[in-house]
Design a protein around this ligand. Structure first.
Ligand code: PNS
Length: 166
């Protein structure tokens, strides 16, 4: 069983993430979408909501599970679950500069490899941060996030959703 992990905050999950996860699912027997919480970051959505959104949008794809990554090291998480590769999408050289030290550190810590997939051209500009900014200023994000995520971003029904103040 070749198991990979796609880690991230997914605040919220967007079409660029989904495309990379789907490609990872084509390369590995099982892909764990590991939803992280970095306490230095301010999130729009709670961990539970970020997990729910990922589960809702990935439900139709086989071989994918979504779970929280917990508070410890990703390398340790991979070791405990028998994960052979971390899969990350790369949009730009700045993504690579950010990811390379983490990939090296993770390999040194637990032997887990990192596989980089070049982002699909139409998603090169996408980031959760930019999508949240566009949505909070009244722009349409329908081309960038699944419908269920868009609904959550627009409804503000969930108490955990706080649109950034402009
Ligand atoms: O979507 P993000 O916030 O850019 O995801 C970052 C993530 C989760 C991949 C990174 O913060 C991470 O690996 N966190 C786990 C903690 C850890 O192992 N830190 C050392 C990295 S070498």
């Amino acid at each position: 069983m070749r198991r990979a992990v796609c880690p991230g905050s997914f605040d919220p999950i967007h079409n660029g993430h989904l495309e990379v996860i789907a490609r990872a699912a084509g390369l590995f027997d099982e892909v764990i979408v590991a939803v992280s919480t970095n306490y230095a970051k301010k999130y729009m959505f709670s961990l539970g909501d970020r997990i729910d959104m990922a589960r809702e949008t990935l439900a139709s794809l086989k071989g994918i599970v979504v779970e929280p990554v917990g508070e410890g090291l990703l390398a340790e998480y991979c070791h405990q679950r028998g994960v052979s590769a971390i899969v990350k999408g790369l949009r730009s050289s700045s993504d690579f500069d950010y990811e390379l030290p983490m990939a090296t550190m993770n390999r040194q810590l637990s032997g887990v490899e990192t596989v980089f997939l070049p982002a699909e051209a139409r998603y090169l500009h996408l980031s959760s941060t930019l999508i949240k900014e566009v949505a909070s200023l009244g722009g349409s994000v329908s081309d960038y996030v699944p419908r269920s995520v868009q609904k959550r971003m627009l409804s503000g029904e969930s108490a955990s959703v706080q649109l950034p103040r402009g």
